[in-house]
Design a protein around this ligand. Structure first.
Ligand SMILES: Nc1ncnc2c1ncn2[C@@H]1O[C@H](COP(=O)(O)OP(=O)(O)OP(=O)(O)O)[C@@H](O)[C@H]1O
Ligand SMILES: [Mg+2]
Length: 222
């Protein structure tokens, strides 16, 4: 049993987290009674076979989907009781997906600015922050390029810059290196590690790559 004081010490806590997709004979139990804690500032890898529920877990942690039962706490908030779910998704969490899903008609810098719309009032401030983040991921010189004018690894770095736009407490990355060759994948992971140290963000990364996982502080096996 955990008391309330303990809850606030974790950046992530799941309590008896269960997710069942569908119902009746076709029901799939994607998460079964998962109890997980991650400390603030931790960099953890989530590993496990295909279909074991890694993406489902990440979706729950980022309030992209709702549990069937159990609780998810992130940064002191019970996600079932969020008053501003959109605000949570854009400010507290940053997402990086396997396929970067940048907006194809926006330039690199505009993609990084997008999550700041409505959060950072001044366009100049948004531009400054976006340019700073492009510098952090080593792509300031590509600010005005469209996604299809960039390499896969560069797009993924833009996606990471975008995930950091609102200075999130938690970065959730679902196989961010999955679409990259091993050298680019290594660079993305090194970058996440650096951001974990420099920005203090807690990072949870799903990966199939054992080497990637070993570069993190802790491996969670599902
Ligand atoms: N929207 C959905 N509707 C029904 N079943 C789903 C849905 N999403 C996922 N599932 C099922 O839930 C289980 C967990 O899926 P999930 O995508 O979380 O796995 P994963 O560990 O991320 O796998 P992978 O490594 O292949 O990405 C799988 O059996 C999958 O078929
Ligand atoms: Mg997955």
């Amino acid at each position: 049993m955990l008391c309330n004081a303990d809850m606030n010490d974790w950046l992530i806590e799941t309590i008896h987290l269960t997710k069942i997709y569908g119902s009746g004979e076709t029901a799939i139990r994607a998460l079964d009674n998962v109890n997980l804690t991650v400390a603030p500032g931790e960099f953890v890898a989530i590993m496990g076979p295909s279909g074991c529920g890694k993406s489902t877990l990440l979706n729950m942690l980022g309030a992209l989907d709702q549990p069937t039962s159990g609780e998810v706490w992130v940064a002191g908030e019970n996600l079932a009781r969020l008053k501003d779910v959109d605000g949570f998704r854009t400010s507290t969490v940053g997402f990086v997906f396997q396929l970067h899903n940048l907006l194809p008609t926006l330039t690199a810098v505009e993609n990084v600015e997008a999550p700041m719309q409505g959060r950072v009032a001044s366009a100049r401030r948004r531009r400054e922050r976006a340019m700073h983040l492009l510098g952090v991921v080593g792509l300031a010189s590509r600010a005005n390029h469209l996604p299809n004018q960039l390499s896969g690894g560069q797009r993924q770095r833009i996606a990471i810059a975008r995930a950091l736009a609102n200075n999130p407490k938690l970065v959730l990355a679902d196989e961010p290196t999955g679409a990259l060759d091993s050298q680019n994948g290594d660079e993305i992971l090194a970058l996440l590690g650096e951001l974990n140290r420099s920005e203090g963000a807690t990072i949870a990364v799903v990966t199939h790559d054992r080497r990637v996982a070993q570069s993190t502080q802790r491996i969670l096996r599902m």
